[in-house]
Design a protein around this ligand. Structure first.
Ligand SMILES: Nc1ncnc2c1ncn2[C@@H]1O[C@H](COP(=O)(O)OP(=O)(O)O)[C@@H](O)[C@H]1O
Ligand SMILES: [Mg+2]
Length: 199
């Protein structure tokens, strides 16, 4: 199963989402591959520098060009699990990744132009391919948050989960993976798996 974490913009939570999901995919004695297709290599950096045991079972592949990404994804076997982090502002590479994906997760935040940005990514996703949103750094107790979630549900776009705003999540590799982060991303991961199964 290949899960692509997709957005065209930076700063929405792609890398955080990719890293947490790869750790969860690699838990319970399973292995997982994290493919970092962002030349900034922040996911790679995180996995290399973090102390968490979960990352011992994560195989890191850096694939910052379309060519490398295609090769890396070709090597993922049917029984393997891979999570792909994508760079901002590279629509062609993103389209390639989406093409290879079994499921697409679109991280987003609450705020002004976010809806249009999510819609731009949704346009790249073929009909019937499983796709869901994860609302990152969410303040779930706010009216804004509740309105945005309701609007997506109304529009028929599944919200696979929300991840609360946490200092420990923002700390990246400087801290252990946050309990709240793992809990939230675990349910996102389950939703993605279920969507693929039912696909
Ligand atoms: N749940 C969260 N709580 C607090 N900060 C978060 C959370 N998720 C992401 N962030 C922060 O938001 C910023 C952007 O996240 P990042 O994963 O790097 O996004 P992208 O890869 O899309 O650029 C980073 O500083 C990150 O630490
Ligand atoms: Mg990133």
């Amino acid at each position: 199963m290949i899960v692509v974490v997709a957005a065209l913009k930076g700063g929405v939570g792609k890398t955080t989402t990719s890293v947490y999901l790869s750790a969860l995919a690699a838990s319970s004695r399973r292995e997982a591959t994290l493919v970092d297709s962002d030349p900034q290599a922040s996911a790679a950096d995180w996995v290399e520098n973090a102390e968490d045991d979960a990352f011992e079972r994560v195989t890191l592949v850096e694939a910052p060009t379309e060519r490398m990404l295609t090769k890396a994804l070709d090597r993922i076997g049917d029984e393997d699990t891979a999570v792909v982090d994508t760079p901002p502002g590279n629509e062609r590479l993103l389209a390639k990744a989406i093409d290879a994906a079994d499921a697409i997760i679109i991280p987003t935040r609450i705020g002004g132009v976010e809806t249009a940005r999510v819609e731009a990514v949704l346009e790249l996703v073929p009909r019937r391919k499983p796709v869901g949103l994860v609302i990152c750094s969410a303040r779930t107790y706010t009216r804004d948050y509740q309105d945005v979630v309701a609007a997506w549900v109304e529009a028929g776009v599944p919200v696979w989960g929300s991840v609360p705003e946490r200092v420990a999540i923002a700390a990246g590799p400087e801290e252990y993976l946050s309990f709240d982060g793992l809990e939230s991303y675990r349910s996102v991961w389950r939703r993605a798996q279920r969507a693929v199964r039912e696909g």
